[in-house]
Design a protein around this ligand. Structure first.
Ligand code: COA
Length: 148
C-alpha cells in the first residue's frame, strides 16, 4: 500500500477530523474548518496529511511564526503506529520548516501522554523542565463572537 504525504486540502477535513477524534487529540476552537481555513492562508503547505487509498492515516500541522516552527495535531491511525509513519510526517514537516527559515521547532504535549513523549524524545525533542505553558483565550468558546 502506497502512503502519500502531501499538504492538507479543504476536502480532507472530514477524514482528518475523524482521525483526530479516534486518536483522542485534545482539540480546541482552532480546529474547526473556519479556523483551519484562516491558517491555510498563512502557511497551508506545512499542514500535512498521510493518505492511502483515499483514507487519511496521519496528520501533522506545522506552523511558522517567523521565529519558531510549531507542531500541532500530529496523529497516526492506531492500526498503523510503530511503522515509521509518524516519523515520516515529522521528517517532511521539518524539511519544509527548515526551507522557510525555521531553526527551532517547539510543541506541546500533555503531561500524561507518555507514548507521544517517547516518540518526540526519540525524534530529538528535549522536554523543557524550567518552562510552563500559559494561554489566554481571546474568544469565549460557547458564546461565539463575544470577547472574554
Ligand atoms: C505520536 C504518534 C503520532 C507516533 O506515530 P508512529 O507512527 O507510531 O511513530 P513511529 O512509528 O514513527 O515511531 C518512531 C519511534 O518513536 C518511538 N515511539 C513511538 N511510539 C512509541 C511508544 N508508544 N512507546 C515508546 N516509543 C515510541 C520509538 O522509538 C519509535 O521507533 P521504533 O518503533 O522503531 O521503536 C502516534 O503515537 C499517535 O498518533 N499518538 C496519538 C496522538 C498523539 O498523542 N499525538 C501527539 C499529540 S502532542
Amino acid at each position: 500500500m502506497e502512503i502519500k504525504i502531501r499538504p492538507f486540502t479543504v476536502s480532507d477535513f472530514e477524514g482528518v477530523r475523524q482521525l483526530w477524534d479516534i486518536c483522542h487529540l485534545q482539540l480546541g476552537p482552532q480546529d474547526t474548518i473556519e479556523e483551519i481555513q484562516k491558517k491555510l492562508k498563512r502557511d497551508g503547505n506545512i499542514f500535512l496529511v498521510a493518505e492511502a487509498n483515499n483514507i487519511i492515516m496521519g496528520t501533522v500541522m506545522g506552523a511558522w511564526d517567523g521565529r519558531n516552527g510549531w507542531i500541532y495535531n500530529h496523529a497516526v491511525d492506531a492500526r498503523s503506529r510503530r511503522l515509521g509513519l509518524g516519523s515520516k510526517l515529522m521528517v517532511e514537516l521539518e524539511r519544509r520548516l527548515k526551507e522557510i527559515g525555521a531553526i527551532q521547532i517547539c510543541l506541546l504535549v500533555s503531561k500524561g501522554n507518555f507514548d507521544a513523549q517517547y516518540f518526540y524524545e526519540a525524534n530529538g525533542f528535549i522536554p523543557q523542565e524550567d518552562e510552563i505553558v500559559m494561554v489566554k483565550k481571546l474568544k469565549a468558546r460557547k458564546e461565539e463572537g463575544k470577547s472574554v
